[in-house]
Design a protein around this ligand. Structure first.
Ligand SMILES: N[C@@H](CCC(=O)N[C@@H](CS)C(=O)NCC(=O)O)C(=O)O
Length: 220
């Protein structure tokens, strides 16, 4: 990690405190590569400036820049990043059976788990008025519980990581959504195998560095 050594920077991560950048940020730390952080303060609507929309037309974080390429979507960024560093062992080899499960978890967490999390946190994005907001939140809570149940079973059957005995990028993505859920109606930490997973992730230097740099804390 050489966050402040600009001469050797190869990655630029656009981020906001506790945003969907958390997984990428921790993986950059885990890899020990040189990177810089550019804060996009969502509270100040910096994601909507013409400058940032030119980088990421979705107006969301994270965005990663690497050798002139711009990549958005946290799961895609993780897969791309870990393919740049195959020796780190955080992505299963291309033709290994575990590679399928790695894709499975990252895409499922993006479009099912993270989607339910987003509905819980931002029900206003899913309806036109505000009268239906409680029912959107209730349904999101049910869907989150279903997702936690699936993950809790998988971790119980395989564990301690999503791919069994090997840590992968998917575990960083899971930790990110599990962290967010500590303020939700359905919390990952209330499921025993998920709680163990969160506690194991919290032991990692990379997670601690990311959380300290983003000013985050978590008790579980
Ligand atoms: N599926 C995207 C979701 C990104 C996302 O929703 N980011 C939020 C922060 S967690 C954001 O930038 N929101 C700003 C906005 O919607 O204006 C990913 O995983 O990268």
């Amino acid at each position: 990690m050489s966050l402040h050594n600009r001469r050797h920077i190869i990655y630029t991560l656009y981020w906001d405190r506790g945003g969907a950048n958390m997984a990428t940020h921790a993986v950059l730390e885990e890899l020990g590569v040189a990177y810089e952080l550019i804060e996009i303060d969502l509270a100040k609507r910096m994601q909507r400036t013409p400058e940032y929309l030119a980088i990421n037309p979705n107006g969301k974080v994270p965005t990663l820049q690497h050798r002139g390429e711009i990549i958005y979507e946290s799961a895609a960024i993780l897969m791309y990043l870990l393919d740049q560093h195959p020796n780190a062992g955080l992505a299963p080899a291309l033709h290994s059976p575990q590679r399928g499960h790695y894709y499975q978890y990252l895409t499922w967490m993006s479009n099912t788990l993270q989607e339910a999390a987003n509905r819980w946190a931002h029900p206003e994005h899913y309806v036109t008025g505000d009268t239906d907001l409680p029912s959107v939140v209730d349904k999101a809570t049910q869907d989150l519980s279903r997702c936690w149940s699936i993950l809790n079973d998988d971790l119980g059957n395989k564990g301690p990581w999503l791919l069994g005995d090997r840590l992968s990028g998917a575990d960083f993505h899971l930790f990110m959504v599990a962290y967010w859920s500590s303020r939700y109606g359905s919390r990952a930490q209330d499921w025993p195998n998920l709680r163990r997973h969160m506690q194991a992730m919290l032991q990692r230097d990379s997670i601690q560095q990311m959380m300290s740099q983003e000013g985050l804390t978590l008790e579980c």
